[in-house]
Write a protein that binds this ligand. Sequence first.
Ligand code: AMP
Length: 213
Amino acid sequence: MQAEKNVTTIAISKGRVFEESLSLLAALDITVEQRDLDGRKLLLTTSQPGIRLLVIRSRDVPTYVQYGVAELGIVGKDVLMEFDGDGIYEPVDLGIAKCRLMVAGSEAAVGSSRRLRVATKYIRSTQRHFAAKGQQVELIKLYGSMELAPVLGLADCIVDLVATGNTLKANGLVPIEHITDISCRLIVNKAAMKIKSATLKTFIEQFKRAAEK
Ligand code: AMP
């Protein structure tokens, strides 16, 4: 897929972020046909012929934007903190899909003084968090269902996103430390910002206004 001259592509994380993006997009008069939303299409046309949406896994959003295949992206700050590429700006906090990145574990892990085993898919953020505290930990990389790791004894605690806290509670875990607040960001390809400056600046302003509402 190539970036097309007169088309702006917005890459969006599938799932919760995409669902919550729809009302922001609607504020910009960008809507998607219900039959397209019901289907499994990943590249969606919109009510505006010059705008298409690319609905992909969250971790791929910064990559598509970095390489300019999508000029814009909507993705969680948690994903951006793990991304080690460059070539993107992050001009707007969209204030959607809000949650917290937290350390959580069993009650027993709270007061433990031994070297903790921490299971997470957020390796960079976790490393940074514990390094800043001068605490040595052993990291175990997982790709999902982190809450199971302390329950089954694979790890003492986890670093994961927490929204309502219901998932922690359901697995007998408690919040231990708040690392940072998370929300979705608008990201922009740096080179496109020069080439399509007027178009992209307009988008940025519109997204800013929609996020403030
Ligand atoms: P909750 O039970 O509401 O605390 O939600 C926790 C579960 O939802 C965990 O599995 C998280 O990884 C996931 N989660 C929470 N908030 C978000 C978000 N904003 N984006 C993606 N996943 C999330």
